[in-house]
Design a protein around this ligand. Structure first.
Ligand SMILES: [Zn+2]
Length: 73
């Protein structure tokens, strides 16, 4: 499981509202959609997903992406 720091927040990116959560650490390595480089396991990063999705909140949550802090910010 991911250990989150702080609460969720919403941000507007490219005209869409995203739910954003800072993650202190994770057990898996993810690929950052911003730079297509790995987000190493154990590194602090950001998880983001579209708040409102055509496919519903559950699908949006399932499609969440893990970003480097610098790539999201
Ligand atoms: Zn990145």
């Amino acid at each position: 499981m991911e250990r989150a720091t702080g609460g969720r927040r919403t941000e507007i990116r490219r005209g869409e509202e995203w739910t954003v959560q800072n993650v202190r650490s994770s057990e898996k390595t993810y690929t950052c959609p911003g730079c297509h480089q790995p987000v190493p396991a154990g590194s602090a990063h950001v998880v983001a997903w579209a708040t409102e999705s055509l496919f519903g909140r559950e699908a949006a949550l399932a499609a969440r992406r893990h970003w480097h802090l610098r790539c999201w910010g």
